[in-house]
Design a binder for this molecule. Structure first.
Ligand code: GDP
Ligand code: MG
Length: 355
């Protein structure tokens, strides 16, 4: 019989835990799975651990009172070490992740997927009753991940806290996981060896009891964690190379503008536009040979035109932002913000073409 380990990090979830376990039990038993719930508690003052111990009398619950660094991710990594199941599921205790979906996630792993994500951002998935800024932060996080970890392009919700994974996948990379990372799924997606990923839509519900522990600090943690993973995967170096090439393009642009104007005269704008194209060509050659050396799987013309599209869209964004902000923050700062945003847009779109 298949054994499923459900790893649940908890901090002050005494009121939610009995409901969670009851709902898990019903779903998993109906589906014919054996299971264990690993409650990874960080000495919650509300007595979550005691509640878990009581539940252990009636259900296959294994409560742990953690030592060592507190936090959601380290708690999950500890859970990975303790888990005995063939399939390991990670979920929150607060019932925002529907327990009834666990059998479906597990079923997909048994079908042959290595990682199955409970996803808020595939069709059919959604988030109930989130304030607009919560949504914005979450979407911003996904976008940030997309820019700096382009290999995750196909994954709609790489920062979900609800997923199932084949035991061997976790085992193989356990020692490489950084438990201080902000999102353990992201950590797995970058560091683990896997082939097939599936996303199952979930409706992310409002918390029943207690309150969220995640605040503004999390945004910064997310940014740092993503950049660390990008350094690990080599994508941070790619972003730096892209910036270096972009900077070289400025000189190519200025030099060829002067040269072209000397050659053809007439209105400056003609020389400027031609010079822009010359710099795009030179950036393309450098990026294609250097920045994206390891990512030239697509045909030449696809890369060539893709890069052009990215460059021109980025150029328009850069100039538009510069123009719009000039009156607000001054000419130079507006220009710098324009350059920064233009860079991000170009890099994002170029990644999109290459990956
Ligand atoms: N062990 C442990 N669990 C935590 C910690 N912080 C949050 N959790 C648990 O992680 C899950 C997600 O936290 P939550 O505050 O709901 O985050 P949100 O859903 O993003 O608002 C819940 O089950 C929390 O109880 C922590 O420091 N240690
Ligand atoms: Mg929550």
């Amino acid at each position: 019989m298949v054994l499923v380990s459900i790893v649940v990090p908890t901090y002050n979830e005494a009121d939610n835990l009995p409901l969670l376990v009851e709902r898990l039990d019903r779903g998993l038993r109906d589906a014919g799975y054996e299971y264990e719930v690993l409650v990874m508690d960080d000495k919650s003052p509300d007595g979550t651990y005691e509640v878990a111990k009581k539940l252990a009398g009636k259900y296959p619950v294994r409560p742990f009172l953690r030592e060592g660094p507190k936090g959601l991710s380290p708690a999950v990594v500890d859970g990975f070490r303790e888990a005995r199941g063939d399939v390991i599921v990670v979920m929150d205790a607060d019932l925002q992740h529907p327990p009834e979906l666990v059998p479906e996630l597990v079923g997909k792993v048994l079908e042959g997927y290595d990682i199955v994500i409970g996803s808020r951002y595939v069709e059919g998935g959604r988030i109930e009753n989130w304030k607009w800024y919560r949504r914005l932060v979450s979407l911003g996080a996904v976008l940030f991940v997309r820019v700096f970890l382009p290999r995750l392009k196909g994954i709609k919700d790489p920062v979900s806290g609800f997923f199932a994974v084949r035991r061997e996948v976790v085992e193989e990379c356990l020692d490489r996981l950084n438990p201080l990372g902000f999102k353990i799924l992201l950590e797995l997606l970058v560091k683990a060896k896997y082939e097939r990923v599936a996303e199952v839509p979930i409706v992310f519900r409002e918390r029943v009891h207690g309150k969220s522990k995640l605040g503004a600090k999390t945004i910064l943690e997310m940014v740092i964690h993503t950049l660390k993973l990008a350094r690990y995967s080599g994508d941070l170096l790619r972003a730096v190379k892209f910036a270096v090439v972009g900077a070289s393009g400025v000189f190519v642009y200025l030099g060829s503008a002067k040269l072209l104007y000397g050659l053809i005269g007439g209105p400056w704008i003609v020389s400027l536009l031609l010079a822009f194209e010359v710099s795009v060509l030179s950036n393309f050659v450098l990026n294609d040979l250097w920045t994206y050396r390891d990512a030239r799987g697509k045909g030449f013309w696809r890369r060539f035109f893709g890069f052009h599209k990215a460059s021109y869209v980025g150029g328009v964004v850069q100039i538009a932002v510069h123009d719009l902000l000039m009156g607000v923050v001054g000419w130079v700062l507006a220009g710098l913000i324009g350059v920064g945003l233009g860079y991000l847009v170009r890099y994002f779109l170029t990644n999109w073409e290459y990956f």
